[in-house]
Design a binder for this molecule. Structure first.
Ligand code: IPE
Ligand code: IPE
Ligand code: MG
Length: 240
């Protein structure tokens, strides 16, 4: 089982980067100012991963529910994503980061999707750190899309209904190439998971911390990961 990996050097940490809007509001600035500050934080956390034994970092950048925001905020975020990829692509590639995107690309604009595809190809041979960016991602949407493809395989005779089990189903998820998260962190004080990695986090450890994402430092990340190592994971068994 993926969940019981004994090796603590290939941790998968997933982060719900929340609180950009409030961070900006506290400074009397527009929400997008907070999103830009938040984007700058990503590099710092990313760079500290290899030293902390974190091999997989998955970050929630935009949810399937975030389209409910004003058109201006959504457009500003999409333009930020484009600029972020353009600016960071070669640095990420040079640092040994393999980048993948999860989420539904259908609703994203073509220019952005092209940049995402190019970055995946550019970094496909890297293995130091696996960065997964959840963009237009929602777990329910992911499960629905996965189920649709699974049903197509059953209808076409490629998969027998009796072979659908806990191992088969996740192969249809966007995260099929990733281990399950060991630790899920949410910043900004909200204690909810907002449709993030529902299936995958069935046995993850959670940390809800008060810091707003643009204030989240590598030091704090290090403390949170250290706390994770103090926890006892049981996976339903009797502690030994
Ligand atoms: C998280 O910050 C970033 C995205 C959801 C894109 P928010 O924009 O949700 O910030 P708050 O929660 O309003 O402070
Ligand atoms: C979750 O944050 C999504 C991202 C961080 C991208 P939200 O701010 O959208 O979540 P809710 O609305 O507070 O649940
Ligand atoms: Mg929020």
């Amino acid at each position: 089982m993926k969940d019981s990996r004994a090796n603590q050097d290939d941790l998968h940490v997933a982060i719900i980067m929340d609180g950009n809007g409030r961070w900006a509001q506290k400074r009397g600035k527009p929400r997008l100012f907070g999103h830009h500050a938040g984007a700058r934080r990503v590099s710092e956390v990313l760079e500290s991963c290899p030293g902390l034994g974190v091999k997989y970092l998955t970050i929630f950048a935009f949810s399937t529910e975030n389209w409910k925001r004003t058109q201006a905020e959504v457009a500003g975020l999409m333009s930020l994503f484009r600029r972020y990829i353009e600016k960071e692509a070669h640095r990420l590639a040079g640092k040994g980061v393999r980048v993948r995107f999860i989420g539904d690309r259908v609703r994203l604009d073509q220019k952005l999707v092209q940049l995402m595809d190019d970055l995946e190809v550019l970094t496909e041979n890297n293995d130091l750190l696996h960065l997964t960016i959840a963009l237009n991602y929602g777990s329910r949407d992911e499960v629905a899309r996965a189920t649709r493809r699974l049903a197509e395989d059953v209808a076409a005779g490629r998969l027998a209904p009796q072979d659908v089990d806990e191992e088969t189903l996740p192969r249809y998820l966007d995260t099929c190439l990733l281990p399950d998260p060991d630790l899920v962190i949410r910043t900004s004080g909200e204690a909810r998971i907002s449709n993030f990695l529902l299936w995958q986090s069935a046995y993850a450890e959670y940390e809800f911390i008060d810091t707003l994402w643009p204030d989240f430092t590598a030091e704090e990340f290090m403390r949170v990961v250290a706390r994770y190592h103090q926890r006892e994971r049981r996976f339903g068994a009797v502690p030994g």
